[in-house]
Design a binder for this molecule. Sequence first.
Ligand SMILES: [Zn+2]
Length: 312
Amino acid sequence: MPFSKIGSAHANEAMGFEQSVARQTTSLNAKRAFSYLEKICEIGSRTTGTIGMKKQQEMLQSHFEKLGGVVLWQPFQSRHPETGMSVEIKNMVVQWKPENPQRVFLCTHYDTKPFPAMDPKNPKGLFVGANDGGSGTALFMELAHLMKDLPTNVGVDFVLFDAEELVFDEKRDSYFLGSTYFAQAYANDPTGTRYQCGILLDMIGDSDLQLYYEENSFKFAPALVKEVWSVAKKLRIKEFEPKIQHSVRDDHMPLNEIARIPVIDLIDFDYFPRGGRKDKAYWHTMADTPDKCSGVSLVKVGNVMIEWIKQQ
Ligand SMILES: [Zn+2]
């Protein structure tokens, strides 16, 4: 996740990964969700155009296809901000019930920032982005177990944006390359897939989860914001607090502004030790690792998503 205008361990045991993959279930599983997060982070850095990203892409394609998803790629070339060479950026789309013309989507970014620029000790160290890049991706892997047989009137796409933060220099480089390309392609092809609305998931794995209304989302799509928080209330998931807390520029901006799709951002931007100081935040530091996240948080958000999809 990139930046905010205004400016938080549950170690679950990994279960047998291979065993768990090719099985459809009827409810989300916190341990399995967390094992996906660990699996993603074990790859290491997943920055756009790197071997780590390629490994992740292969792992995700295989996972989603085993569970009955249809995987599509949206590749394009861009100039690498650091080397000046061409770099391939690949958005990934996983379709559930692709024949249904009534569609909604969930999206996240699946690339990681090249370096932990906010790290107080080692801003050129390894950044694995457990919460920032990993959490949404891990939740999609978990949700995939339910998607094929989910009773719903709509088809659902998972959209995984690449190059959300291919940013080496904050003053020079642009955020949101993948989502901006996606939004432009959508706006330029009115005969392609149409979406009623979408939900962006970013930094939703914090073990100390709080999800507030995000200000830009509330401006673009207030009804959708209220709808999602009312689903959480119905499910008694109290981590969804119905008040505005942060104003965040994220992948939902181009989707609203260019593609004109109502898209809201579900983001927990308070990512620091419980009861701790905000200047000790984990965001964009080497400390954004799975031990700061929990499968329980992932599944809480996942259950709200499942219920919301069923209501469409
Ligand atoms: Zn970020």
